[in-house]
Ligand binder design. Structure first.
Ligand code: NAD
Length: 302
């Protein structure tokens, strides 16, 4: 097996277990994070933690970033591009604005580096179990060279196109998910007002034209799908705050491209309002309660 030296910047909820899986697969991982708890957990997992990002990057084959937002990624690139070996692969797995991802690619290329954007789906559970799905944007040969690392951290990786295409695929998918969860939730609340049981609506819609993942896997009301978060007091799952973040990124792209996506923009507003109360503690399917109660979802059911 070909092993690499990986500089891993951002060892949080996702990055920590991803870095641990790279260590498990035999790669040398030099890690950096600003938070002591993240550093301690990474050290226990066999990551060689260093106090400055530049120390991790000098001599690395791959620089992997797993950071909160585009500004963090661009700041880290600014700091480390000058010390990386020419030709190093910069692999950003954070979920960030498409525009920021393209800027990161451009800065890497200007410094003589190779780069991929490769955001993930699968959450912390997928990061721990190495079952993430990667959506990548960049050159075919760079995707091929990243493959052993992606395979060590996930179960599926798709090259979606040129720079920024991974982020584009992620926000388009999550825009479908956010809009469809609101639609499914509104339908259940409408059904309640018409005296229709949750089970009856589920039995019809899950085998009819209303079928979708938000209904048949992550059903927002308790009962019909025993494994959905609704049966566990809406513990995430996929947290409301993360859905709000992703819909915000989608809304930025909708606006900057002058795209006609009224439902996507409205879903971003509703999730932003709902996430203020639900934060990271509730699954995004909990928006059904805000819709039912006429609160938190900014007039979503009025
Ligand atoms: P997190 O906040 O737990 O981790 C981010 C880490 O980056 C933190 O530990 C923070 O200290 C560190 N950091 C910030 N700036 C830094 C810097 N300059 N240098 C070094 N470290 C720095 O977030 P997370 O849940 O791990 O998410 C990371 C990314 O993955 C985000 O873009 C998120 O949208 C995306 N994502 C998260 C999930 C999820 O379920 N948590 C799912 C899919 C995608």
């Amino acid at each position: 097996m070909v092993t690499s030296t990986v500089a891993f910047i951002g060892l949080g909820h996702m990055g920590g277990p991803m870095a641990a899986n790279l260590v498990r697969a035999g790669h040398r991982v030099l890690g950096h994070d600003l938070v002591p708890a993240a550093v301690d957990a990474a050290v226990k997992a066999g990551v060689e933690v260093v106090p400055h990002a530049t120390e991790a990057v000098t001599g690395a084959d791959v620089v992997l970033t797993m950071l909160p937002a585009g500004r963090h990624v661009l700041d880290v690139y600014e700091e480390v591009l000058a010390v990386a070996r020419v030709g190093t692969l910069f692999l950003d797995c954070s979920t960030i604005d498409v525009a920021d991802a393209r800027a990161a690619h451009a800065r890497a290329a200007d410094a003589g580096m190779r780069s991929l954007d490769a955001p993930v789906s699968g959450g912390v559970v997928g990061a721990e179990a190495a079952t993430l799905t990667f959506m990548a944007g960049g050159e075919e040969e760079d995707f091929s060279s990243a493959r052993p690392l992606l395979d060590a951290m996930g179960k599926k990786a798709v090259l979606c196109g040129g720079p920024g295409s991974g982020q584009a695929a992620k926000i388009c998918n999550n825009m479908i998910l956010g809009v469809s969860m609101i639609a499914v939730s509104e339908a259940f609340v409408l059904g309640e007002s018409l005296g229709l049981s949750h089970q009856a609506l589920y039995d019809v819609a899950s085998t009819a034209s209303g079928q979708c993942w938000a209904l048949s896997v992550n059903c927002p009301v308790p009962g019909p799908v025993p494994t959905s978060p609704a049966n566990h007091d809406y513990r995430p799952g996929f947290a409301a705050a993360l859905m709000a973040k992703d819909l915000g990124l989608a809304a930025n792209a909708v606006r900057s491209g002058s795209v006609n996506a009224e439902l996507g923009l409205r879903a971003a507003e509703l999730y932003a309002a709902y996430a203020q109360q639900a934060g990271t503690a509730e699954d995004f399917s909990g928006i059904v309660r805000a819709i039912r109660n006429h609160d938190g979802a900014e007039g979503g059911s009025s």
